[in-house]
Design a protein around this ligand. Structure first.
Ligand code: MG
Length: 203
């Protein structure tokens, strides 16, 4: 399995990092090894001094597909949750300045925390789902999927032109504003429609 991630999918977040709004989804991939084992702490990596959280709405793929049409995309996912796209922001800035790929900043071991899965709403509608991230009990990010520049259907249609999507793949759909750094002993909690689905402790 793999994790397909979307960058700059919320206008307020693109703005806070001084990035232009994309005209097509910005896609990158995290490998299977990037998944943080559930309920295990995240050990602060030695290669960064600016590890940041990005709380994101996540869907799980339940069918293999390629060149999926947007209006059929809803039949390709069977569960939703939240994830944290951990990012070594200092490395990402270095790589961006040199015009180089982001993998070392985005796709390293344990860079993808994935919450407990929840069923897809009965109407399959994912365009009005609220979520938030709390750090040490204080809300740092609030998002709603209605604010995504590219919705889940568009992401699946676009990404599947380049990458076959497979059963078990996860799609991280981008983060809203409010990203920030973590330090050792921080506690991150993610809430999907008020329901806590993920907790990560930094060690
Ligand atoms: Mg992200």
């Amino acid at each position: 399995m793999k994790i397909i991630c979307v960058g700059r999918n919320y206008a307020d977040h693109a703005k806070e990092l001084n990035n232009e709004l994309p005209t097509e989804p910005v896609i990158f991939i995290k490998p299977k090894g990037a998944i943080l084992i559930p309920h295990k702490p995240l050990y602060y990596p030695e290669f960064t001094d600016d590890l940041q959280y990005e709380c994101e709405f996540v869907v799980r793929i339940c069918k293999n597909g390629k060149y999926i049409q947007e209006n059929y995309a809803h039949s390709y996912y069977d569960a939703i949750t939240l994830g944290i796209d951990f990012t070594a922001r200092d490395l990402q800035r270095q790589q961006q300045a040199k015009g180089l790929p982001w993998e070392i900043a985005k796709s390293f071991d344990c860079s993808a925390a994935v919450g407990d899965l929840r069923p897809v709403p009965a109407d399959r509608e994912l365009n009005n789902i609220s979520f938030r991230l709390d750090k040490n009990g204080e809300t740092m990010q609030r998002g709603n999927t209605s604010d995504m520049i590219f919705n889940v259907g568009k992401i699946i249609a676009y990404a599947s032109r380049f990458f076959t999507i497979n059963i078990g793949d996860l799609i991280f759909t981008g983060t809203p504003a409010g990203v920030g750094a973590v330090v050792t002993n921080d506690r991150l909690e993610c809430f999907l429609e008020g329901d806590k689905v993920l907790e990560v402790n930094v060690r």
